[in-house]
Structures are given as structure tokens and as C-alpha cells.
Design a binder for this molecule. Structure first.
Ligand code: BTN
Length: 232
């Protein structure tokens, strides 16, 4: 896949802008919008905003061919990108990328109909790159590449590494096995926040669901999980 990269200083949300562009005009598969700062970043939890300081990078990719495993591919892609930067990543189900036990990247995939009424998919990811601190409400859970790696990085090089990660992930024909290699949720006791119940996660299902010990398949978006000991 080839990427057509558009870098901007500031937008409200790269996902929102890309959805709106796709509804009005022809975009090619692999169109990328990447911003240094977002004034109203979208988070998976609709009640929250994705805090988007100018020390991070906020990127959305437009796709016309994708399936329900897109968030799984995206997690693996970001892991590949981080590995390329010398960092050892982990995944917390469904799609948080962590360094150690703290979140460095959040992923939000959305779908819509383009100006020709054909389906499109947006894969958005927000990466904490040169952040040295975070607002109190996320300080315990968030980290940056700078905090973990000890040196500041040029955002364009980080974007290049991540897009190469996407190319590599999209050409992997057993993406679930690859996801499982990085996923720290498997084998852990997790609390299902919505049900306030502790369960044991045993595997990942064919559509990226979390399989728990009573045989239930948890679907991302319907439930969120928290580790029994802190964030994980
Ligand atoms: C999450 O809640 O964990 C997902 C956050 C996703 C944030 C990214 S930043 C780039 C893209 N544009 C947005 O408005 N949100 C996503």
C-alpha cells in the first residue's frame, strides 16, 4: 500500500476532518492526515476527549478495503513502528498500545459512506511522543516515547516508522497470532467495567473479541476491561 501523507499543524480531529473530506471528494486508499495538535480529538469513549498536546502526533488513514480486524492490524502496526524505534511495546485489549504498563497510543477506527456512497474506513491513532508530563486525570496511565526512551524524536521520523509498520502489518496473513504475541490481557484477571465483575481472559477470538474463562466473547465497544492491579 502507498501512503499519500498530508501534514498539518492543527485540526479539531484528524478522524473528523478525514470523514468529512471523504464525504465530499475522492480520496485514494492510503490518504493520510497527520496533525501536530488537535483541539477536539475523538476518543473511543464518546464522553471523553483525546487529549492532544503539541508534543504528540495525531494521524488518520483513509481506507476503502478493510474488515472488522482493522483495529487489530492497527495495534500490530504501531507495535512494529515502536520496535523500529527501539522500543518494546505491549497491547492491552482491545486497542491500547502500552510501553511498560502505561498507554503510549490510542486507536480509533471508524467507518462511513464516501461521496459515491461506497464504504470507507478511517484508522486514527494518537501517539504520545515528546510529552514530559500529562494532565492529572491521565498522569497515572499515560506515557510517551520520550519518557520511556530518554530522547526526543522528530515527529516525521516517527510517522514514517508507523506507516512502515502499517505496510508490514497489512501484509501479515496471520495478524491475530501476531496480535497475541504482544497482548498482555491474555492470561490475566480483568474487571469488566460495565458489569463490575472480575473474569479471567484466556484468548482472542476470530473477530478480535476477548474470550473469557466462562466461554463468553467480549466485544470491544460494548465492554471495557481494567486490570485487577492498576491500569492493566
Ligand atoms: C482511545 O480512546 O484510546 C482512542 C484515541 C484515538 C485518538 C486518535 S488521535 C488521531 C485520531 N483523530 C481523532 O480525533 N482521534 C484519533
Amino acid at each position: 500500500m502507498n501512503f499519500e501523507v498530508h501534514r498539518v499543524a492543527c485540526v479539531d480531529s484528524t478522524n473528523k476532518q478525514l470523514k468529512s473530506l471523504a464525504k465530499r471528494s475522492k480520496l485514494s486508499q492510503g490518504y493520510v492526515l497527520s496533525a501536530d495538535y488537535q483541539s477536539a480529538g475523538l476518543a473511543r469513549n464518546k464522553e471523553r476527549e483525546w487529549i492532544s498536546a503539541d508534543t504528540g502526533l495525531y494521524t488518520s488513514i483513509y481506507l476503502e478495503q478493510a474488515n472488522e480486524l482493522l483495529p487489530i492490524y492497527a495495534c500490530v502496526a504501531i507495535c512494529y513502528g515502536l520496535l523500529d524505534l527501539g522500543i518494546s511495546p505491549k497491547i492491552k485489549w482491545p486497542n491500547d498500545v502500552l510501553i511498560g504498563s502505561k498507554k503510549v497510543c490510542g486507536i480509533l477506527c471508524e467507518a462511513g459512506l464516501n461521496f459515491e456512497k461506497k464504504p470507507f474506513y478511517i484508522c486514527g491513532f494518537g501517539l504520545n511522543i515528546n510529552n514530559t508530563e500529562f494532565p492529572a486525570e491521565i498522569a497515572e496511565k499515560a506515557t510517551s516515547i520520550f519518557i520511556e526512551g530518554g530522547h526526543r524524536l522528530d515527529k516525521d521520523s516517527v510517522l514514517f516508522a508507523m506507516l512502515n509498520g502499517f505496510k508490514k502489518a497489512f501484509s501479515n496473513d496471520d495478524i491475530l497470532e501476531e496480535y497475541k504475541k504482544y497482548c498482555i490481557t491474555i492470561g490475566k484477571d480483568v474487571r469488566i467495567v460495565q458489569q463490575d465483575k472480575v473474569v479471567h481472559a484466556i484468548d482472542i477470538g476470530p473477530q478480535g473479541q476477548l474470550i473469557i474463562d466462562d466461554g463468553q466473547l467480549l466485544i470491544s465497544g460494548e465492554v471495557s476491561v481494567r486490570g485487577e492491579n492498576g491500569y492493566i
